[in-house]
Design a protein around this ligand. Structure first.
Ligand code: SF4
Length: 96
């Protein structure tokens, strides 16, 4: 049986002097808070990039990234934001 090869949007990215570039946009590497997210892809250069955002750090400036698959932000009864890291494990338990 042939091994299935995953393709991502990063397959079309090219390395330039400015960095990994996709359609003219320079991609920034992920930050520590992205670790564990399913949207992280390891590029052949050995660095990790997000398949959804070119600048992952900017998605965390005002709280939790809204596309993160490993953490979810929720508001409690008092209106404070709580971070729920269990979203990924719940998905795994449901088989998705
Ligand atoms: S979707 Fe958000 S949390 Fe996930 S890798 Fe991209 S920027 Fe990071």
């Amino acid at each position: 049986m042939a091994k299935k090869t995953l393709t991502t949007i990063l397959d079309d990215a090219v390395m330039t002097d400015a960095g990994l570039t996709l359609n003219g946009v320079v991609l920034q590497q992920i930050i520590d808070k992205c670790e564990g997210c399913e949207r992280v892809v390891n590029h052949e250069t050995g660095s990790n990039y997000c398949t959804s955002y070119s600048q992952p750090a900017s998605k965390w400036i005002q709280g939790v990234c809204n596309f993160a698959t490993h953490i979810r932000a929720e508001k409690d009864a008092g209106g404070k934001i709580k971070i729920n890291p269990l979203k990924a494990s719940k998905r795994a338990a449901r088989g998705r």
